[in-house]
Design a protein around this ligand. Structure first.
Ligand SMILES: [Cu+2]
Length: 160
């Protein structure tokens, strides 16, 4: 009797194994969602209990950078941030209103694999970009998409 029961119980076990293999992939994407969600919440409410726990639980650092575009060039050629940091960029376009610039980060100079692509802003205006830096240290690439020949530089991610 017992040898017949065993194969039946193996199938649910296999499903369990497959399920646990898929789970980590789902969790990593939900971490990014919660990161962006918490940043939008912080401006609305000042909950003292959540503010204390968020600092210790995630341990991720925040970096604020101001970048100015003028005469079709950035005022920075190198930007350095810690791995996994929440990066907030105040982006100022000081060119004439007809010139649109943005700030985008890619895996490398090929610009085929985007990490963050900011919206274009016209001259005389500014905007705030926010994204999470890559978790893997290394030298990445930043550029203005319409003018990447003259507006580009190294986006360096350092180990935490
Ligand atoms: Cu540009």
């Amino acid at each position: 009797m017992s040898p017949r029961i065993h194969p039946v119980f193996r199938k649910p076990l296999l499903l369990l194994v497959v399920g646990t293999l898929i789970l980590p992939a789902c969790q990593s994407s939900s971490v990014q969602e919660s990161l962006s969600a918490s940043s939008s919440n912080s401006s609305g409410s000042l909950d003292t209990s959540s503010a204390g726990s968020s600092g210790s639980s995630s341990g991720s650092s925040e970096v604020r950078i101001t970048i100015t575009a003028s005469k079709q060039s950035y005022d920075k050629r190198t930007i350095t941030v810690p791995a996994g940091a929440l990066v907030t960029i105040q982006f100022i376009n000081n060119d004439n209103p007809a010139l649109f610039h943005n700030f985008a980060v890619y895996q490398n100079r090929d610009a085929n694999t985007p990490i963050f692509r900011g919206q274009l802003v016209g001259g005389g205006t500014s905007t705030t970009y926010q994204f999470v830096a890559p978790s893997t240290p290394g030298t990445y690439h930043f550029q203005c998409d319409p003018h990447h020949g003259s507006m580009e530089g190294n986006f360096i991610v350092t180990p935490r």
